[in-house]
Structures are given as C-alpha cells and as structure tokens.
Design a protein around this ligand. Structure first.
Ligand SMILES: Cc1cc2nc3c(=O)[nH]c(=O)nc-3n(C[C@H](O)[C@H](O)[C@H](O)COP(=O)(O)OP(=O)(O)OC[C@H]3O[C@@H](n4cnc5c(N)ncnc54)[C@H](O)[C@@H]3O)c2cc1C
Length: 434
C-alpha cells in the first residue's frame, strides 16, 4: 500500500492529527483493536484550559510543580497558550462541556491544581471528545481507517522513515509506504500487571524506536494513579478519578482515619498510600465519598457510581477499597516542539511521545490537552513539508520483524526503563506493578 501519511493509533492524538492535515493528502490510519478501543475513550476527569489570562502564571506553576520542575518550559507554554483554540475546535466538532445555569462553563478541580480550570463532561470526558473526533474523521474522504492492524516495525533507511509494516488478525504482514509517518500509539500500561490502561497498549512504538536508535527520553517516568478500585479480577483496573478527591472525597486507613492530604500530586499520594498499606498490612486503603453530596455524586460521577454499585459498593454510603496502579507514561519517544522525532519524516504525538510537558510527573487533566495540542502541531509541520519523490525500495523480507511482539517489546522497553532508573536513581512504585 502507498499513501501520503500513515498514522498508527486512533486515540485523540491520531484522530486530531488526521483532522488537521491538508484534505488533499491521502491518509491511512491503523489501529491494533477497534477504532474506539483507546485510552482516550477512558478519560474521566476532564481537560485543562487557560480559562482567562489571570490564570496563566498559576496554571504554569501548577504544571511545573507537579512535574518536579523537570518540565520543558517551552512545551508547557505552548500547551497552555494553545489550550483555548483546542477547546474552541472541540466545541465546533460538537463536544459538550458542563455548564452553569447562566451558560458559563462549570470548571472543576483536581489534585495539585490551585484553582478550578478543568472542563468536563460528566465523568466520561474522554468518550465525549474522542467519539466526536472519530465521527468527523470517519466522514473524511481522504482518510482510511484500518482496524485490527498492528504496526510491528517501520520501513527505515539512513535515518529516514518511509512508512510502517503491520500485521492483520490473520497474521499477514503488509507494508504501508508513506512520505510521513506518525506514531500515536498511546501508553505502556498493557505491559503491567495492574494498570488503568487498555491491555493492548504495550509501548510498541517505543520498542520500534529502541530497535532503530530513535531518541527516547525519561522512560522511567511512569505515573502511578493513587486510586483505582481494588479487585482481584484480571484485566484493567477501574479508575476512581482524582476529581472525586477534588470534590472532597478522603482517604482512610484500616481504622477509618485520614492519613494524608488527598490533593497533593499523584506520586506523593501514591507513596503515602503504599506506606499506609505496608503499615496496616492491607492490599488497599479506603476512599470515602461521603463528604460529597449524593446528588453531586450521581450527577458529576454517574459512571463511577454505577461501576462501584456493580462491584457491590454504594458510594453514597459505603467506603470503597482503592489501590494505586500504573496509569500514565510521562517519558517516551523524544520529539521537538513540532512533534518531530530524531528520525526524518517520523513524528510522534500523544502519550507515546515525550515533549517534556509533564516533566517527572503529569498534572491531572493535562494529557488530553497535551495530546491534542502537539498532534495539531505535527499535522501543521507535516502539511508544511513538500514530499520528495522516490522511496526506500525495502521489501518486508529485508527487515527483521519480531515474531512475538509482546514478549520481545516488553523486554526491550523494560530493559531500557531499568537502565534509566539506574541513571536517575529512581525507586518508584511501578516496580511493584510489573
Ligand atoms: C482510565 C483513564 C482515565 C484518564 N483520565 C484522564 C483525564 O481525565 N484527563 C486527561 O487529560 N487524561 C486522562 N487520561 C490519560 C489520557 O486518556 C491519555 O493520555 C490520552 O488519551 C492518550 O491519547 P493517545 O491518542 O496518545 O493514546 P490512546 O488514546 O491510548 O490511543 C492509542 C492508539 O494506538 C493504537 N495502537 C497501539 N499500539 C499500536 C500498534 N502497534 N499498531 C497500531 N495501533 C496501535 C491503539 O489501538 C489506540 O488506537 C486517562 C487515562 C486513563 C487510562
């Protein structure tokens, strides 16, 4: 197959990139699962926005403080300054955010935010945004979406990318040649035993990058979400959004006493929970949503309310057992501020990339925004390039394809995470999650 641009991934990063590319370019999007099986659909809490100029310094400082001041200041500035345009775009696609009776936006707050600046749609903000983006992409005549097609490698020669190689469900390999390639393959949660991520998100683009010597950064910066519903069942863990704590929910030890400030950054709250679990000898701590009025629980968190009810907990009356789990990946494939990787004609956006916005730790509700802002910048940069003629003339047989992607990729990625942990002297909770 030949195309102008190939995008691996149909989450917010891939979809918004496609929507911002010139309509006269042929685009092929591939996804490992169904087009709507992405973490973007799972986002609960919301999406940050610069609500007015007076909040700029505070928003910037909150993002930097959460990231332990290791953030790339230029990327943070770009993200915050672009946020209002992105929200305008989303609204033009039909996305609805909660409003007050007077028609103004109803902003909410999450951990480590010093003020309310998060737009949300019930507790299914990701679904509201992503379903609208997907339906608009499906209408584009220049875009073809191929589902259940796993990118297993790229076509590369002399540090130049010429497209991807993928495998369909029948095990058949196909090369898709393209002038430009975009990695938008999301996070790495599928590599972990306990994660809130979809199981098929296994850091494939990262492993491919490691194989080809494409620059990666901070692979050991992995965010553990403090509160996922404790379960002994297999599969992904159900997230209890941080905005629940933002609205007043408290963490309790085995004697039902509070043991930490629930609104500190995620890494600090996760560590406090681990310490308490160790002290109490329990595999979880309790979360009480009782400080939140029942009608607010049902209107703001209907999905959490229903899911917990299914598991036997009425959160308007009962405490729920919660445990930290792998949640987000701050590191990734190094990109510049236009989302360009260290390999020519190869871009990366969304959770798989690392433009340094999040530093060592992501501020809640910054990731949907970051994915969208930098996916649009990738699209703009690609749109501005003039395609050269000629191709790599590489046959699939010329490139070594991993036979057992998941195992080989997992080893490659974890080897690199461990190497970086040694460099940074990290001793993170993620070890416990592997
Ligand atoms: C439970 C949960 C709640 C969250 N809540 C929030 C929130 O409230 N606010 C916020 O800002 N962020 C939140 N996040 C984080 C946010 O959802 C993600 O960071 C963001 O959606 C990532 O978007 P993406 O497009 O990079 O990746 P994804 O949406 O994960 O999409 C990845 C895509 O890549 C495809 N893919 C993967 N590997 C391959 C391959 N080898 N070949 C082909 N396709 C492949 C997948 O099939 C998928 O289509 C949450 C995350 C989770 C898990």
């Amino acid at each position: 197959m030949k195309t102008d641009i190939v995008i691996a991934g149909t989450g917010v990063a891939g979809l918004y990139c496609a929507l911002n590319l010139p309509r006269d370019k042929k685009i092929i999007m591939v996804t490992k699962s169904d087009a709507d099986d992405s973490d973007s659909f799972l986002a609960q809490g919301g999406i940050c926005v610069l609500k007015d100029e007076s909040d700029y310094d505070s928003y910037f400082e909150d993002t930097m403080r959460a990231g332990h001041y290791e953030n790339n200041r230029e990327s943070v500035e770009i993200m915050i300054r672009s946020s209002r345009d992105v929200i305008k775009d989303l609204i033009s696609y039909g996305v609805e955010f909660e409003k007050n009776a007077d028609g103004s936006f109803d902003y909410t707050k999450e951990g480590a935010h010093s003020t309310e600046r998060i737009l949300y749609h019930e507790d299914i903000t990701g679904k509201e945004i992503t379903r609208h983006l997907l339906s608009h992409v499906r209408k584009l005549e220049n875009v073809t979406i191929i589902e259940h097609f796993t990118m297993v490698d790229i076509i590369a020669k002399d540090n130049r990318c010429y497209g991807i190689i993928g495998r369909n469900e029948d095990g058949e390999y196909t090369a898709i040649e393209a002038y430009n390639t975009v990695f938008a393959t999301g996070g790495i949660g599928g590599l972990y035993k306990h994660s809130t991520n979809y199981r098929h998100l296994t850091g494939d683009a990262l492993a491919i990058s490691l194989k080809h010597g494409i620059k990666v950064e901070n692979l050991d910066y992995i965010q553990i979400h403090p509160t996922t519903l404790y379960s002994t069942k297999r599969g992904r863990r159900f997230l209890i959004s941080e905005s629940v704590r933002g609205e007043g929910a408290v963490l309790l030890d085995k004697n039902m006493n509070r043991f930490t400030d629930e609104l500190q950054p995620r890494d600090i709250v996760s560590n406090a929970i681990y310490k308490q679990m160790e002290k109490d000898g329990t595999p979880y701590v309790w979360l009480s949503m009782k400080p939140i009025p029942p009608e607010t629980i049902k209107s703001h968190f209907p999905n959490i309310y229903k899911q917990c009810l299914k598991e036997g907990y009425d959160v308007t009356k009962d405490c729920i057992p919660v445990v930290p789990a792998q949640h987000y990946f701050m590191g990734g494939i190094w990109v510049d501020s236009d989302s360009k990787t260290s390999m020519d004609n190869l871009y990366a956006a969304g959770e798989t990339s690392c433009n340094g916005v999040h530093g060592r730790n992501r501020l809640a509700s910054n990731s949907l925004l970051e994915s969208l802002v930098f996916a649009k910048r990738a699209a703009k940069a690609i749109g501005d390039t003039k395609p050269e003629t000629g191709d790599a003339k590489i046959e699939i047989g010329d490139t070594k394809i991993y036979d057992n992607c998941k195992t080989e990729y997992k080893k490659a990625v974890f080897d690199e995470i461990e190497r970086m942990e040694k460099i940074h002297g990290q001793d993170n909770n993620e070890i416990k999650c592997r």
